[in-house]
Design a protein around this ligand. Structure first.
Ligand code: UN1
Length: 509
């Protein structure tokens, strides 16, 4: 038995829902299978309908008490959560790696991202600033304040099973909201582990149950109920475009708020003046990091034709040196995909690529036998594809990089923007005009635009999210917190007159 599971108390059947401690659940049994070797690493009793109802009820019930805690005190709880995460960074990373197949350095990065986010939220808890504006009326004060919004529903994907929840949860907490979390069933053991770690802290601090809530479960028992739940004024969802569309429609129908972080189809433009070595390294990490299963994964490289060949050769040489294997072992660069279904989806995409006239330059095939017996490992793929091919417009959640040459910067930017998604983008250039053009309104149409830095691995300090089919939401740093609060504009009259705005005279004589 894996020592991490023992240390985190994840042996035996786990309860998939709770509000401060685990609750005896009545849903189906979920077997958690590691993509590394298809071994069962855990069993979770998922939330049934009544468990969801209890958990959402607890989130709604705890809201008033939590909102009444002063924001800096709420921040102090988040600081203590950050300390817990620091103390358990390695174990949490191991469970993430076991469950998702991402390599340990990246899994540790994910826990670090949660810690960084906690630090940010602690500071933020003293900076939920509202503006004061000059009133046009004598003896009046006009200002805005930000109030807690309510219980927030958070839906997360398998690829960042904890960090994306933390982006939402820490911000929601300091804003005075409670959280009801539905993690992906493909990565629910990490969620159970982290809640087991954090829940006792709330008890220790004398806080009521229901501030941080978990409900692992099937779409019918949890997901659908959550998005239609009128007790949750905000739903923040990360996942596929299809899922996001469903969430957006359900929440819009009840005039609720959404924060959506959906598909990406991120490109790197490599200009003739680029530092090639830097560009190759960035594209390599962007394309094969997390085995091509990040929202920010580099999926397209748009390379100037003068340097297209040397770039492709250098990248292929780097791909050949990649060590693919057990992500828990030192020295491995890329682990498995999340499951065999993901391997099939990758193979389907490559078959369609070939049908559409594209060409595989390197890799793409599944690996079998020995270390790879699980059937979840692949050789990452370099392919050549015209920018307009239907397959290039799709996000295949696998390590496929489409390479395409360009002639002019106008053409490169047009290629970059010619997809339905708009999350992350990058240009490698040493030409100031090109860089500034890329960052202007005539440049990248994405939520994230980088110069001489790759598409993935965003810091938490900036707002994270994208345009078009990526969903338009913003999470994590900067002023993303505003979406988690209720803005109130207040006018206070200290005079003995009642002047109306816009100079309206309305006097009954
Ligand atoms: C995601 O894939 O949903 O920028 C999030 C990055 C990470 C987060 C990715 N900080 O790649």
């Amino acid at each position: 038995m894996d020592p991490t599971l023992v240390r985190l108390g994840l042996l035996g059947e786990q309860e998939g829902a709770g509000s401060g401690s685990a609750r005896r659940c009545r849903g189906k049994l979920l077997e958690v299978v590691s993509p590394i070797d298809l071994q069962i690493i855990g069993r979770i009793r998922t939330a049934g309908v009544e468990d969801y109802e209890a958990v959402a009820g607890a989130a709604a019930g705890a809201f008033d008490a939590w909102a009444a805690v002063p924001a800096p005190k709420r921040g102090d709880i988040v600081r203590r959560i950050g300390d817990l995460l620091r103390a358990h960074k390695r174990e949490l990373a191991e469970i993430i790696a076991l469950e998702t197949g991402k390599i340990l350095p990246e899994a540790e990065g994910e826990v670090q991202e949660m810690i960084d986010m906690a630090d940010f939220a602690v500071g933020l808890s003293r900076m939920l600033y509202g503006k004061t504006m000059p009133s046009e009326r004598p003896g009046h004060r006009l200002y805005e304040q930000w109030l807690p919004l309510g219980p927030v529903g958070v839906i997360t994907a398998f690829n960042f099973p904890l960090a994306v929840w933390a982006w939402n949860a820490w911000i929601a907490l300091v804003c005075g909201n409670t959280v009801a979390w539905k993690p992906s069933s493909k990565a629910a053991l990490s969620a159970v582990a982290v809640m087991k770690l954090i829940w006792p802290l709330f008890k220790e601090c004398g806080l009521p149950e229901g501030v941080l809530n978990l409900a692992v479960g099937e779409r019918s028992a949890v997901g659908e109920r959550l998005i239609h739940d009128r007790r949750l004024p905000l739903i923040s969802a990360t996942g596929s475009v299809a899922m996001g569309r469903r969430v957006a429609q359900a929440v819009a129908a009840r005039l609720g708020r959404t924060i959506l972080e959906l598909g990406g189809n991120n490109a790197v433009i490599v200009a003739p003046s680029a530092d090639l070595d830097l560009a190759v390294r960035a594209v390599l990490f962007g394309a094969v990091g997390t085995a091509g299963q990040r929202c920010t994964t580099t999926r397209r490289a748009i390379v100037h034709r003068e340097i297209y060949r040397p770039f492709c050769d250098a990248l292929t040489a780097a791909y050949r040196r990649l060590r693919i294997g057990n992500p828990l072992e030192a020295g491995i660069d890329m682990g498995p995909l999340i499951d065999r279904g993901a391997v099939r989806a990758m193979q389907d995409a490559l078959a369609r690529l070939k049908d559409q006239g594209g060409r595989v330059l390197y890799g793409g095939e599944p690996l079998y036998g020995g270390t790879y017996a699980a059937g979840t490992y692949v050789v990452p793929c370099l392919a050549e594809a015209a920018p307009g091919l239907p397959i290039v417009r799709e996000e295949t959640f696998a390590p496929i990089l489409y390479l395409m040459p360009y002639g002019s910067i106008d053409e490169a930017i047009a290629f970059q923007n010619a997809v339905p998604q708009g999350l992350s983008s990058a240009i490698f250039t040493n030409d100031l005009r090109e860089a500034e053009r890329f960052l202007s309104h005539q440049g990248s149409d994405c939520g994230i635009a980088n110069v001489n830095s790759g598409t993935s691995g965003a810091e938490i300090g900036g707002a994270f999210g994208g345009e078009k089919e990526t969903g338009g939401g913003r999470e994590a740093g900067s002023d993303a917190w505003k979406a988690y609060m209720r803005r109130q504009t207040c006018t206070v009259n200290r005079s003995q007159e009642l002047p109306l705005s816009q100079g309206i005279e309305f006097a009954i004589t």
